[in-house]
Design a protein around this ligand. Sequence first.
Ligand code: ITT
Length: 196
Amino acid sequence: MKWVFATGNKHKVQEIRPLLPAGMELLSLRDIGCDEDLPETGSTIAANSLEKAVYVREKYGYPCFAEDSGLVVPAIDGEPGVYSARYAGTGDAGDNIIKLLARMRGVDDRRAYFVTVFTLAGDGSLEQFEGRADGEITLIPAGEGGFGYDPVFRPKGHDRTFAEMLPDEKREISHRSKAFAQLLIRLKSFENSNKL
Ligand code: ITT
């Protein structure tokens, strides 16, 4: 069975693909002829996740899943939160990091978490799955791997940022993997019921 992962973010696909069991295939938006930016008009991560999945399901007619994710820093009122991708207004990850570090100058409580919400839009059903990774914002960026805010996010219990980790190390503990593990259970149950 082929599922559409409704995202324009190649890093999200790279993180998820190795978690797929043998025989399960992902289609990209390009594979189904979608080259538009998906709408994200909600005021929460869960609402945007739902909006993207429903949009693709209804407009393109494929069962699909989408995810919305973000970094939340409670000490600065939950910023960047739902605005994580466009925090600095340029869409550039480096600019977002510069803005975040400037905003956190003098802030002692550097606790933060990443959150991902997947929405599965199957045939007539809508379900959501959430994953979270706790950690803290570093004083300066470190590492070349990953994407987005990874150079300034050090997960709890670790001494390196996500960007300093190998892809598999991040995959072990990330918000996205935790949410995807729950989604995968549902995808497998769809596959099994299709075989009956
Ligand atoms: P799609 O909507 O097409 O899926 P997007 O990049 O616009 O792609 P989001 O709206 O969900 O995705 O924004 C997520 C942003 O949150 C992302 O651009 C990063 O800035 C940040 N982010 C999410 N997960 C992250 C991770 O694992 N590591 C670093 N930054 C992350």
